[in-house]
Design a protein around this ligand. Structure first.
Ligand code: AMP
Length: 290
């Protein structure tokens, strides 16, 4: 009788030092490690990132850490969804080898005062209404990179500005880590998957499709030859304004690399938007033209 195939047993690590020594051992064996940082409450979007990392490296460490330093005092840190048991099952099903669950006390020991600030690219869009948000993101991602020692890390385009901030940090600080962007994973009606979607009541959930409908309208107009970002923003805002529970925070057309405003669409352009639906703030973005 043939022996049963070896089951890829997932290892759960909480301690920082243990994560580092495990990562070091993997490197010493000559294996490449892929990492996927998350804040948990995992959905299919997160799992796609994990599968992508697995395909590219063979060994995947995924972290779940609700990072307090990227939430403003009035934001939803305390009520951010947490589902450790569900997350573990999903990670295992996606082929994750190491589930890393550091604690906030270990990540930010008493007296911690060192930050990573990525400057220009963090000032607008998400940074405008969330001033210290990207300082928290860049700091925690750099710390996670030092703990998981990955060769490669997969980030979702869903959080497009975050992806660009991480790419900038990796370049500026000479990190030897390949950043792999992954397209936004969506529900069948186009709503970008997000841990925050579970806050939406049925009526809000319906109206939340305004984000993707606004983007699609802009894409359609560009296809028809419209080249004025102002016109695209106006039309997108109309779609959002038509939903009584939705309120646009920003709708912008930006250069996909620098995220700076553009006066006219010539080459590439991306629409980025943030919309409150009821009390839930949702973001989305997509390419308008390449
Ligand atoms: P979060 O747990 O929301 O901080 O997200 C962890 C990672 O998953 C980030 O790289 C996100 O961009 C990515 N992500 C979240 N939602 C999606 C989605 N719908 N599609 C693709 N990637 C996503």
């Amino acid at each position: 009788m043939k022996p049963a195939p070896a089951m890829g047993l997932m290892q759960i690590i909480v301690e920082l030092k243990k994560m580092q020594s495990r990562a070091e051992a993997i490197r010493l064996q000559g294996q490449r490690l892929g990492c996927v940082p998350t804040m948990g409450a995992l959905h299919e979007g997160h799992l796609e990132l994990m599968r992508e990392a697995k395909r590219r490296t063979g060994v995947v460490a995924a972290s779940v850490f609700v990072n307090p330093t990227q939430f403003a005092p009035a934001e939803d840190l305390a009520k951010y969804p947490r589902d450790r048991e569900g997350d573990l099952k999903k990670m295992e099903s996606a082929g994750v080898d190491i589930a890393f669950f550091p604690t906030a006390e270990a990540m930010y020991p008493k007296g911690a005062q060192t930050w990573v600030t990525v400057e220009e690219i963090t000032q607008e869009l998400e940074g405008a209404s969330r001033p210290d948000h990207f300082r928290g993101v860049a700091t925690v991602v750099l710390k996670l990179f030092h703990l998981m020692k990955p060769s490669l890390a997969v980030f979702g385009q869903k959080d497009y500005q975050q992806l660009k901030v991480i790419e900038r940090m990796v370049k500026d600080l000479d990190l030897d880590i390949e950043i792999v962007p992954h397209p936004t994973v969506r529900e069948p009606d186009g709503l970008a998957m997000s841990s925050r979607n579970r806050y939406l009541n049925p009526e809000e959930r319906k109206q939340a499709t305004a984000l993707i409908r606004a983007i699609q309208k802009a894409q359609e107009l560009v296809k028809q030859g419209e080249r004025d970002p102002k016109r695209l923003v106006e039309e997108a805002k109309k779609i959002i304004a038509a939903e009584p529970l939705a309120k646009a925070d920003y709708v912008e057309v930006r250069d996909p690399e620098t995220l700076k405003a553009i006066r006219r669409i010539e080459r590439s352009a991306r629409m980025l938007l943030a919309v409150r639906v009821g009390k839930t703030r949702l973001i989305d973005n997509a390419e308008l033209i390449r």
